[in-house]
Write a protein that binds this ligand. Structure first.
Ligand SMILES: C[S@@+](CC[C@H](N)C(=O)[O-])C[C@H]1O[C@@H](n2cnc3c(N)ncnc32)[C@H](O)[C@@H]1O
Length: 365
């Protein structure tokens, strides 16, 4: 029997995750659904855990048809959970992670989500399958109902329901893939690492000598860029010295953790600077990755406080003609002096930002 895996993704970047799976030779993509990319792993191994644009990777245990709007669907889910082969799937997950995750500690937890209206809640779904998934291995089931939080190390199952179809799947890594080990320190408004990885992927870094993030915060864009382009010169600036300190610490942790897996990577240069006056000569940068301060959570400071548009004038100045900016923006926008290559519409934490891929024109128009 062929194994099917699901890469979970932020809404909007599913096609980029599918492309990442193909590019890395991880398997054959079988379909793209809401926040999911289904694929058949070529040879399920630890490489699956190297997916950077995916939020998580799961092994499909059962596809349940007839999961409609009514509560009878819950009975179907319970039956499917009772009948599926949890043991083989757990063994496969252990082979991929190389650890006895899921058997050792915490018991079983389930996290459910659905698209469309239902006469039951996510907790009803979770409880309908949780006890059945835990029973064969003699583990405890930890419900999330009433805000309870399952203990770390629990074997994590996911149920997604879309249309009339439900999928029961086992998460492979002990922690979701989007929770990066390097990112132990953070700032308000920091980027979700898989979105930063998608931005780096869209920037065509293979053709870049120098990449700048002028508002680098905790350093996520450049740390993710380094995973794609370990030899490229990466420069991170922020007006807030605390952010720069955190970015440097996160990058050092990433370098130490990634050394075994990816080998030596070039150090990222971090500095405190005002993006309203970037301390770089004109035309000296090939790519800009940026998540500008644009909402109440992170206000522009320094020269950008009175004149946020200065950021775009400065980016235009330091970028070489034909250079590319990949920016996460609250809404589609084309700054003067740039043409739009692509807009990727996301849904992220209840908002709908875009990743804008912009090319610098010869003049500011
Ligand atoms: C949305 S956050 C960036 C988050 C970052 N991408 C991350 O992953 O952590 C915006 C950043 O812009 C910085 N900022 C605000 N005004 C600035 C300015 N004038 N020059 C440089 N950085 C500025 C803030 O300190 C904050 O770190």
């Amino acid at each position: 029997m062929h194994t099917l895996a699901v890469a979970r993704a932020v809404r909007g970047i599913e096609p980029l995750v599918a492309a990442e799976i193909r590019r890395a030779g991880l398997g054959v993509v079988r379909g793209v659904r809401h926040r999911e990319v289904w694929f058949e792993p070529a040879d399920p191994g630890p490489e699956l855990l190297e997916l950077r644009m995916a939020d998580d990777v799961l092994l499909v245990a059962a596809v349940v048809e007839g999961a409609g709007r009514d509560k009878e669907s819950l009975t179907r889910l319970t039956r499917a959970a009772r009948e599926l082969d949890a043991e083989s799937l757990t063994k496969l997950a252990q082979r991929i992670t190389g650890s006895p995750y899921g058997v050792r500690d915490g018991g079983v937890e389930v996290s459910a989500s659905f698209v469309g209206r239902r006469n039951y809640s996510r907790f009803d779904i979770e409880d309908a399958v949780g006890a059945e998934l835990a029973r064969p291995a003699g583990l405890a089931y930890h419900s999330r109902r009433d805000g309870r939080v399952p203990p770390e190390g629990s074997m994590a199952w996911r149920v997604t329901v879309e249309g009339e179809q439900a999928v029961i799947a086992l998460r492979v890594p002990a922690r979701p893939l989007h929770r990066r080990s390097y990112k132990t320190e953070s700032i308000p408004g920091t980027l979700h690492p898989p979105v930063a990885a998608a931005m780096a992927g869209l920037a065509r870094l293979d053709r870049a000598a120098t990449v700048l993030d002028p508002c680098c915060g905790a350093g996520t864009t450049l740390i993710e860029a380094r995973a794609l382009a370990p030899r490229t010169r990466l420069l991170g600036l922020d007006h807030d010295p605390h952010a720069v300190h955190i970015a440097a610490a996160n990058a050092a942790r990433d370098a130490a953790l990634g050394l075994a897996a990816r080998g030596v990577a070039r150090a990222i240069a971090w500095s405190v600077a005002d993006a309203g006056r970037i301390p770089l000569p004109g035309g000296s940068v090939d790519r800009v990755l940026v998540n500008p301060p644009w909402d109440r959570q992170v206000a522009p400071t320094g020269r950008l406080r009175r004149d946020p548009a200065r950021l775009w004038r400065e980016i235009h100045r330091v970028l070489a003609v034909g250079g590319i900016v990949v920016a996460l923006l609250p809404e589609p926008w084309q700054p003067p002096g740039f043409t739009v290559n692509r807009m990727v519409h996301l849904t992220l934490s209840g908002r709908h930002p875009v990743i804008a891929v912009l090319r610098r024109s010869a003049s500011r128009g």
